[in-house]
Design a protein around this ligand. Structure first.
Ligand code: 5AD
Ligand code: SF4
Length: 440
């Protein structure tokens, strides 16, 4: 989401006549786009600000520094008081105000706009994508969140839920397709609730699938409490809607889920997973897990391990609980699982997940996949890398005349817990590959 927001900020600033530079040393203005989701995300920002403080000193004060995003909402006073370095603090709904705020700073004042909006979706702004691979893009379809999970600061920093109109989203997808993008991830804190007055999320996904049959569509993130089942059918029917679903569980224990204000049970969650696998054969799943939430017992922790063992996720984002100010959990419960217990439980969760991933990846050996080439592999110029429809990274030897943005068929030959290795078969397309699959 922050990557996507930065692309919106790029656009607003460049419209105002500013030009991006690649090195902080060359900049007259530096914005840090921040995240408040966990304490370590905020720690990273404080460290980065320290670096810029040194740079400002070197430049004899000739540098403007702004803090954007969620931290601006959460701790604007602390930022302004403690960091005399920071000139601007601007929240996620106030980016249109940046040119004016920059002008205020020019007069030597400090500038703040952390107003949250009920309407702002930046629908008309054309994001400037400077740092992506030219193949995969993010497109924000909604902002904010009304779910109020007990642990989560997002409803406080990003405000109320609102959906961008489908027409502007589809226009953007058309432009991306014309620019050569081959994969788009539709983004929202809670995409199930997408509703622009005319379209549901399932409607939007269907419309998105029709823009360009050779452009893959992914999305993040849905909520298990009201996942639209109709969407499963649409995914199974449209070859360019990817067979991969990120479906955050957070915990495998009902009492913890209740304390977290996640209104579903372990059993309902498992039923949903079963339905996903029934309707979309071969679908891969990933999840988010929080370990060590308030009052979590050893038994409750074991339920999370057992849920993960049962589902066998292809990928998991696993965190230890980090208390956030203003959330229900902070007001109602004590953050009482000791740090070392949180750490130990998290490492048990991670270790089990790595084993499961290795096992699942081993099962991939011998299978044929359609891979969208994203670029050269990190390890060697002689190898390319890209993702399967099911979101697994595949590395393979670079054939002649194949590059970024091409679809290729590969057979999986080897793996680690994180990556598949493949043998190139031929250049292909979504259409060709899906017809071959039907023929098989
Ligand atoms: N502590 C740890 N993890 C959190 N997440 C959200 N809030 C917290 C928190 N306070 C995780 C959830 C969410 C993901 C984006 O971040 O798992 O799904
Ligand atoms: Fe946070 Fe829950 Fe909203 Fe996700 S759904 S952003 S975890 S409040």
């Amino acid at each position: 989401m922050n990557v996507s927001d930065t692309e919106i900020v790029n656009s607003i600033l460049m419209e105002d006549g500013m030009e991006p530079v690649n090195e902080p040393e060359d900049a007259e203005v530096i914005f840090v786009n921040t995240c408040s989701i966990r304490d370590n995300a905020e720690e990273r920002v404080w460290n980065r600000l320290k670096e810029f403080k040194a740079l400002k000193r070197e430049k004899d004060g000739d540098l403007t520094v702004g803090v954007l995003g969620c931290m601006a909402e959460r701790i604007r006073d602390k930022i302004m008081e403690k960091e005399e370095l920071v000139d601007l603090v601007v929240g996620p709904d106030a980016y249109r105000d940046l040119p004016k705020l920059l002008a205020d700073v020019d007069d030597g004042r400090k500038a703040v706009n952390v107003l949250l909006s009920l309407e702002e979706t930046y629908a008309d702004i054309k994001p400037v994508r400077r740092n992506d691979n030219g193949v995969s893009a993010f497109v924000t379809i909604m902002r904010g969140c009304d779910n109020m999970c007990a642990f989560c600061v997002v409803p406080f920093t990003r405000g109320r839920e609102r959906s961008r109109d489908a027409e502007s989203i589809i226009d953007e997808l058309e432009q991306l397709s014309n620019q050569g993008y081959r994969e788009v991830t539709l983004l929202g804190q809670n995409v199930n609730s997408y509703d622009d007055g005319e379209h549901s999320f399932a409607d939007l996904m269907y419309k998105a699938s029709q823009v360009d049959p050779e452009m893959r569509i992914r999305f993040s993130s849905p909520h298990p409490k009201d996942f639209p089942e109709e969407l499963l059918q649409i995914i199974s029917e449209q070859p360019n809607l990817c067979n991969y679903i990120h479906i955050p569980a957070q915990s495998g224990n009902n009492a913890v889920l209740e304390r977290m204000r996640r209104p579903y049970t372990r059993e309902q969650y498992l039923d949903l997973v079963e339905k996903m696998r029934e309707i979309i054969p071969g679908v891969t799943l990933s999840t988010d897990i929080i370990s060590g939430f308030c009052d979590e017992t050893e038994e409750e922790h074991k339920d999370t391990l057992s849920l993960m063992a049962k589902v066998k996720y292809d990928l998991a984002y696993m965190f230890s609980y980090s208390e956030r100010g203003r959330t229900l959990a902070e007001r109602k419960y004590e953050d009482n699982v000791p740090e070392e217990v949180k750490k130990r439980r998290l490492s048990e969760i991670i270790e089990q997940q790595m084993n499961i991933q290795e096992e699942l990846n081993n099962e991939e050996i011998g299978r044929r996949h359609l891979v969208l080439v994203e670029g050269t592999s990190k390890r060697s110029d002689e190898q390319l890398c890209g993702r399967t429809d099911t979101n697994k990274m595949v590395v393979f030897d670079r054939p002649d005349h194949i590059g970024k943005g091409d679809y290729v068929e590969v057979t999986i030959s080897d793996c680690t817990s994180a990556t598949l290795m493949g043998d190139f078969i031929k250049k292909s397309s979504i259409k060709e590959f899906s017809q071959e699959k039907v023929a098989v």
